[in-house]
Design a protein around this ligand. Structure first.
Ligand code: FES
Length: 168
């Protein structure tokens, strides 16, 4: 074989090798592009503000669609999302506070909830009473942020209706 022919073979092999490597890298890059680098899910924990900013009684937070209740140093949060098809329920103050038995213990209720979409009605603790709503309004865990002391709700963490957060 001549030197010329050896060189041509070498160059052909080099070209083929480079082509195979290029196609392989392209394939890896294509597969990697299917995996997102970031999560586009909204965060489930939301800072709501300092506890002392909440008045005693109920405060509605439209962005979180949440009712936050304060009784002195004790807080709890109830979802305003109707369990039928997700409309935002309205809170109505009761003419007189009433006491209901919730999970075996008496609880003082100051409001009830009405859904404007299809008329579901809920008791003050979120228990569904009438209409198409299939289950009670959700209660969410509240905590205090360790860095700045704000109230934090975790909208992915449902709690029982006897949950209360007491702040110092
Ligand atoms: Fe509330 Fe239908 S969405 S009753």
């Amino acid at each position: 074989m001549s030197d010329k022919s050896d060189r041509r073979d070498f160059l052909v092999r080099l070209g083929l090798g480079a082509g195979v490597v290029g196609v392989g890298l392209q394939g890896v890059a294509s597969l990697r592009s299917l995996v997102p680098n970031v999560s586009y899910d909204p965060p489930t924990t939301v800072k709501l503000g300092p506890p002392h900013d909440f008045p005693d009684g109920l405060k509605f937070l439209p962005d979180e669609r949440l009712f936050v209740f304060r009784e002195g140093k004790t807080f709890h949060a109830i979802s305003a999302v109707c369990t039928h098809l997700g409309c935002t329920v309205r809170a109505e103050a009761l003419p007189q506070p009433e006491t209901a038995e919730v999970d075996g213990r008496p609880v003082r209720l100051t409001h009830r909830y009405l859904c404007p979409c299809h008329g579901s009605r809920y008791r003050g603790d979120g228990q569904n009473l009438s209409g198409p709503a299939p289950r009670p309004l959700a209660w969410y865990r509240l905590t205090v942020a360790p860095d700045d002391g704000q109230l934090v709700v975790d909208l992915a963490d449902e709690v029982d209706r006897d949950f209360r957060l007491t702040v110092a």
